[in-house]
Every structure is written in structure tokens, then in C-alpha cells.
Design a protein around this ligand. Structure first.
Ligand code: 7TS
Length: 404
């Protein structure tokens, strides 16, 4: 059992008032809040060891380098990667995906096929479309059903020897559906395709085990898991990272530079050109420790309770429809009220201190599928409470009355 009040005390922002009302923060899918320990670690880095990494013999540079590499090691353990050099620091999921699509530009050719799912965030659609434009490869889409679940028979039918890459999110940001990625990875590998999993929405809720999943790439953002913005990780299997060309050229990613020829550094540095977000990378490790101390099993169990409670309370509102009714879900509720624009509900409940996201959630194809302009999305974290859900439900009822 989690002591939620004790956990909430770790998050200074949660005591804020917004528009004169206690903040109810249900926009965790967009970014999570940060515990004091993470904020302190960021300050401490600049107060005590700020220096550039991997380049100085001086003590501070060594301390900063050690802390940065220790954090890489922590991430390696956390996701159960085989080697620390399979863990690349990025600025976030978007960066990680673009690093991979850029690499595949030199591998794919016309006639090759890339399979994405209909549940993707734009950042796992657009880079693949750009890659298709560059290479002449074709994009195929796994369809979904009315519950927001991927249709696996249709996925099976899309697979062929032309399939070179399959990419899906672990958890859908717009609907909260947890995808059967193990099945997808196995099937994709059977035709020799590489698999990238977009784990942006998964890592706040669960601990991915990349070796057990056997995915080729797993991308996520630090800011959605209590870490700083501008941090992220791309896990890639060693063989793939060796095969892909570098993403950006610059300092730190080279072995030797002459005007005739440059040779590239070994992993992971080959993909880490320039001065990275050093503080962020270090503090991401602090955030991971924080979450592991709470325990992902505890987090999941509690968030499931919140999900069930919110779903039940919201469905008591007449005319309210939830999108993403599949069985396997994370703590996200996406909904609309009959005849009312989601933006109007979002604006009114914001005045009551309640932060939800409204709109297409960077997943326009999902909205097109349901023929809606967007949804109201409440995404819960382990620091949220049932009382906060009650406040949201009351606020939504008020908004409904005002707008009907
Ligand atoms: N993939 C998924 C599944 C996401 O939910 C997001 C961000 C991204 C990729 C991109 O992550 P970034 O850190 O590189 O921006 N999702 C959301 C969201 O649902 N609301 O705001 C951002």
C-alpha cells in the first residue's frame, strides 16, 4: 500500500493553487511533475560538479563524467539492456525515433515496407513518412477496432518479406491502450523486420525489459517519468547501433578527424555528438531511483484503482463517452460529452483548477477514426487521488450544465 499523502509531499507543485483552486494535475501523459529530490539533484549538479564531460582531465570534469556514465548504467539496469553502450542519451522520444529513421535512410530502398500502428503519436508517424519519402519505401498501417485495440489478424496479413521495420507504441497516449508488443515483436522478427517500440507512455507506469521483449529499439522520454525535460533514452541492440550511421556529426562522436576522412567513435558516443544535457542525464538516474523506491508494482496497482474509479464515476454522467474501451489499459481516460466541444470543457474545468489535456493529443488519425475533433484526456499518476477524481467529475458536471 502506498502512502499517497507522503508521496504527494515529495511534489512541491501539488500544493499550488491554480485560478484560486487547489491544483488537480491530470495531464501526466503530457509531462509528469517532479519530486523535490529530482529538483534538488539538478541544483546540486550545478552547485557542485558542473563541467563538460568526456574531455577534461580535471577533477570536476571527471566527477561529471562519472555521474553521467553512472546514470547510463542505472538506465541499463532499469530496462535490462545487455550493455550500457546500447543506452543512448537523447533529448526525448522524438529525438530517439528520428535518430533511428535517419539511420534507416541508408538501408531502405523502394519496395521495402514499414508498418506503423493506427494508435501512434505523430512523432512515431511523421519521421517514418519522411523516411518513406527519402527512400521510396511504403508505409502500412495496422488498423484498430472501436475499442481502440489493434487488429492483430490485420497486422499478420500486412507482414511479408518486404517488411523491414515495424513500429508501435507500448501504450497509446491518446487512449491509454496497452499494446500486445511481445506478439508484434515476435511476428515482425519472423519476417526479418526490425522493431522500434515507442515507450514514451509506458515508462511512467512500468519497467520495460528490453531483453525479454527482444525489441531492436525502445525510445522514451525522461520528463514523463519524473525526470527533467530535454532528457530521453534510445535503447538499441548493439548490432543495430553498429549498423546504423551516426545521426549528427560533431565533437565527441569521432575517433579521428582529418580533412580527408573521419572515423567514428565506438558506441554509445557515435550517436552522442556535442555537449549533451549533462545535468538532465544525471538527474534522470535520480528520477529512476525515485520511481523504483516507490515500486512499479505498487504504482500499477494504485493507478489501476484510479483508472477503475474514474471510469466508473465519469460514466455516470449522461452523454459521456469514453474512447479506448479495450481491456488492457494504463491510467488514461479519454472522453467527450455528447454535443459539447472538448476544448470548452477543458477551459471551464481549468478555471476550477483542473489540468487535463484537450484536443487531438498529437494523434490525429485516432480522432479521424472516431470522427471527432479531439477528446478530454485525464491521465493519472501515482500521486493523484480519488478525491481529485471526484473534483474533476464535479467540474465536468458543472461544465456540462453550463454548456448544454
Ligand atoms: N510518443 C508518445 C506515445 C507520446 O505520448 C509522446 C508525447 C511522444 C512520443 C513524444 O514525446 P517527446 O517527449 O519527444 O515530446 N506525448 C504527449 C502527450 O500525450 N501530450 O503531450 C505530449
Amino acid at each position: 500500500m502506498l502512502d499517497i499523502q507522503k508521496i504527494r509531499a515529495d511534489f512541491p507543485i501539488l500544493t499550488q493553487k491554480v485560478n484560486g483552486k487547489p491544483l488537480v494535475y491530470f495531464d501526466n501523459g503530457a509531462t509528469s511533475q517532479k519530486p523535490q529530490i529530482v529538483i534538488d539533484a539538478e541544483v546540486r549538479y550545478y552547485q557542485e560538479i558542473n563541467a563538460n564531460i568526456h574531455r577534461g582531465v580535471h577533477t570536476l570534469s571527471q566527477l561529471a563524467t562519472d555521474a553521467y556514465e553512472a546514470s547510463r548504467g542505472k538506465v541499463k539496469e532499469h530496462i535490462n539492456a545487455k550493455f550500457a553502450h546500447e543506452v543512448l542519451f537523447t533529448s526525448g522520444t522524438t529525438h530517439g525515433i528520428n535518430l533511428v529513421t535517419n539511420g534507416f535512410a541508408s538501408i531502405l530502398k523502394p519496395g521495402d515496407e514499414i508498418i506503423v500502428s493506427s494508435l501512434e503519436h505523430h512523432s512515431n508517424i511523421v519521421p517514418w513518412q519522411m523516411l518513406c519519402e527519402k527512400t521510396g519505401a511504403t508505409l502500412k498501417v495496422i488498423p484498430m477496432n472501436e475499442d481502440g485495440e489493434l487488429i492483430l489478424e490485420a497486422f499478420d496479413a500486412l507482414l511479408s518479406e518486404n517488411t523491414k521495420v515495424v513500429t508501435v507504441n507500448h501504450i497509446s497516449n491518446a487512449l491509454g491502450i496497452i499494446n500486445p508488443i511481445k506478439y508484434i515483436i515476435e511476428k515482425a522478427h519472423a519476417v526479418g523486420a526490425a522493431v522500434l517500440i515507442d515507450g514514451a507512455q509506458a515508462v511512467p507506469h512500468l519497467k520495460p525489459n528490453v531483453q525479454d521483449l527482444d525489441c531492436d529499439f525502445y525510445a522514451f522520454s525522461g520528463h514523463k517519468m519524473c525526470g527533467p525535460t530535454g532528457t530521453g533514452i534510445l535503447y538499441g541492440k548493439e548490432a543495430w547501433l553498429n549498423k546504423l550511421p551516426p545521426y549528427q556529426g560533431g565533437g565527441e562522436m569521432i575517433k579521428e578527424v582529418t580533412f580527408e576522412k573521419t572515423t567514428y567513435a565506438d558506441l554509445p558516443h557515435k550517436f552522442e555528438a556535442g555537449t549533451p544535457n549533462i545535468a538532465g542525464g544525471i538527474v534522470l538516474g535520480t528520477a529512476i531511483d525515485y520511481l523504483n523506491n516507490i515500486g512499479f508494482e505498487n504504482i500499477q496497482q494504485y493507478e489501476n484503482e484510479l483508472l477503475e474509479y474514474a471510469t466508473k464515476q465519469l460514466l455516470e454522467i449522461e452523454g459521456l463517452k469514453i474512447y479506448g474501451t479495450g481491456k488492457n489499459k494504463a491510467s488514461v481516460v479519454s472522453f467527450n460529452i455528447d454535443g459539447i466541444h472538448p476544448y470548452d470543457v477543458g477551459s471551464i474545468i481549468d478555471k476550477l483548477g483542473i489540468a487535463v489535456r484537450t484536443g487531438h493529443h498529437c494523434a490525429q488519425p485516432i480522432m479521424n477514426f472516431f470522427c471527432i475533433p479531439g477528446t478530454i484526456r485525464a491521465s493519472f499518476s501515482f500521486y493523484n487521488t480519488k478525491e481529485e477524481i471526484d473534483s474533476m467529475v464535479e467540474a465536468v458536471k458543472k461544465a456540462k450544465t453550463m454548456l448544454s
